[in-house]
Design a protein around this ligand. Structure first.
Ligand code: ADP
Length: 489
């Protein structure tokens, strides 16, 4: 099998990558990768087990012993070559990504650039992992704090950003001098394997970056191996809060460092004094990108009473014009949901809201294209008792909730166990500071619906996780501080 239209056929890989070798599962088992737009099988990759993961961890340990001794500049140069290769192969990477995850090709191209930006960023950060010389507390002593790579890292990533979620973990790990064993999502291993092919070409030594592929069924045993094997010193995960809790509990047995980027339930607030056109555009960018399947997607949209009807009408007008289809077709704005389960959740949330009194002013039902397609939807009349308010919908559905006062909406926004991102639109400078400081989240967009960049710290509070990715803080997550006290001076 292959994916048609690739300029470089070797970027389609259907083997795992362990210890610098393209390899099959010990058991010989395979699992299928499916195009979510037409449900055709596009590849069969190794369905690995905990034994395979164990082998990968050993390779990573061996490789790290050498890798940590390289200079930061040497590592930076390799990362820089990897970054260049992502750009040189942007079209192929985008085609592979759209084929396995369904997002429109233009978005996939955007993600390749976004994913590559983390490699560039951490190539630049690598030589800047400074330590400190600390004024001594006693005569005849000198105190130092140095930074060292944590060691072997285990990483588990989701399907919604098949490249960016991988580079956001692998690039800082490699920059810091760690090696890594990655288990990509069962739905999207091909993007991760293409990245590994390019890393190999860039000169990443064998065993430093390993990719272990597996089906949904085999995933838990690989997660168990990565979180309980004492060679692995850090686990980094992006995915649901439910799975994050399992991994954190498992990792406790060997006291690993844990970074978790988990579910969100972002509030998107539009105040009476907002620039309405900007708020509509921000809402579309935040809500409908990747068919609403991003953890920072606006999930609950709170609109102040004075502009509620006007905002709803302007948003619905734009949404009714959106083109739905296969991501590889020109002019498509919204692709399919990733899976039947994802599609069912969206359908359930909409039916639940409609049965409790909400009104669909755009969309509101499964799309005529069938399969995992759902109509881009705007619902008015949201109430607290609806699933759309409490759970992350992960679909192209905007539910609008009417509020009266700033104090009321801040309380509503914070009334959730999640705390990833929050957004609001206002032109009142006092309100901007009050609300930005009051929202219990890791990231706030003020008059902006898209806030992610490699230069800024990405991460959540409460049950949305711990640790930060990207930015100068992102490297720290892969470094340990060692204190050295020298006496007899
Ligand atoms: P979603 O699929 O909704 O994004 P998940 O948390 O289920 O969220 O999946 C995120 C990643 O976690 C995927 O790579 C998935 O295969 C993996 N995963 C799911 N269950 C487990 C588990 N028990 N242990 C380790 N990884 C898991």
């Amino acid at each position: 099998r292959t994916i048609s239209g690739l300029q470089r056929a070797d970027l389609f890989r259907d083997s795992a990558y362990i210890g610098g070798k393209w390899t099959v599962a010990e058991s010989g088992a395979k699992h299928n990768v499916v195009d979510p737009a037409n449900l055709e099988i596009v590849a069969a990759v190794p369905n690995m087990s905990s034994n395979d993961a164990n082998v990968a961890i050993k390779h990573a340990q061996k490789a790290q012993a050498e890798w940590k001794r390289t200079t930061a500049r040497q590592r930076a140069n390799i990362l820089r070559r990897w970054f260049d290769l992502l750009h040189a192969n942007r079209d192929d990477l985008a085609t592979i990504m759209t084929t396995e995850c369904g997002k429109p090709l233009a978005e996939a191209r955007g993600e390749v650039a976004y994913g590559a930006s983390f490699i560039q960023w951490f190539a630049e950060e690598a030589p800047r992992a400074y330590g400190d010389i600390i004024p001594q507390h006693a005569v005849g002593r000198r105190l130092l704090a140095i930074k060292q790579p944590i060691g072997v890292v285990g990483a588990i990533t989701p399907w919604n950003f098949p490249i960016a979620m991988v580079t956001r973990k692998v690039a800082p790990a490699l920059a810091a001098g760690c090696s890594i064993v990655l288990k990509p999502a069962p739905e999207t291993p091909l993007s991760a394997l293409a990245l590994a092919r390019l890393a190999e070409e860039a000169g990443v030594p064998p065993g430093v970056f390993n990719v272990v592929t597996a089906s949904k069924e085999n995933t838990p045993e690989i997660g168990k191996e990565l979180t309980t094997n004492s060679i692995v010193r850090k686990i980094t995960f992006t995915g649901s809060t439910q799975v994050g809790k399992i991994l954190a509990a498992q990792a406790a047995s060997t006291v690993k460092r844990v970074s978790l980027e988990l579910g969100g339930n972002a509030a998107f607030i539009v105040f009476d004094d907002a620039d309405l056109d900007a708020a509509v555009e921000g809402c579309i960018a935040s809500k409908y990108r990747n068919t609403g399947q991003t953890c920072v997607s606006a999930n609950r949209i709170y609109v102040q009473a004075g502009i509620y009807d006007e905002f709803a009408e302007r948003l619905a007008k734009r949404i009714r014009r959106m083109n739905v289809g296969h991501g590889l077709q020109a002019g498509v704005d919204v692709g399919p949901l990733i899976s039947k389960e994802g599609w069912e959740k969206v359908s359930r949330h909409v039916s639940d809201a409609l049965s409790k009194g909400a009104v669909a002013i755009a969309g509101g039902k499964p799309h005529a294209l069938g399969n995992h397609f759902y109509e881009p939807t705007v619902l008015t009349g949201l109430q607290k008792n609806m699933a759309l308010i409490h759970e992350e919908t992960f679909g192209p559905v905007a539910g609008l909730y009417k509020f009266e006062t700033e104090a009321e909406v801040v309380e509503l926004a914070n009334d959730t166990p999640f705390g990833l991102a929050g957004y609001f639109f206002s032109r009142d400078v006092g309100r901007i500071f009050r609300v930005a400081e009051s929202l219990e989240v890791g990231m706030v967009g003020v008059n902006e619906g898209m806030i992610s960049t490699e230069c800024a710290p990405f991460g959540g509070v409460k049950e949305s996780g711990m640790g930060r990715e990207g930015s100068k803080y992102g490297l720290e997550d892969y470094l340990e501080i060692k204190y050295i006290c020298m006496g007899g001076i």
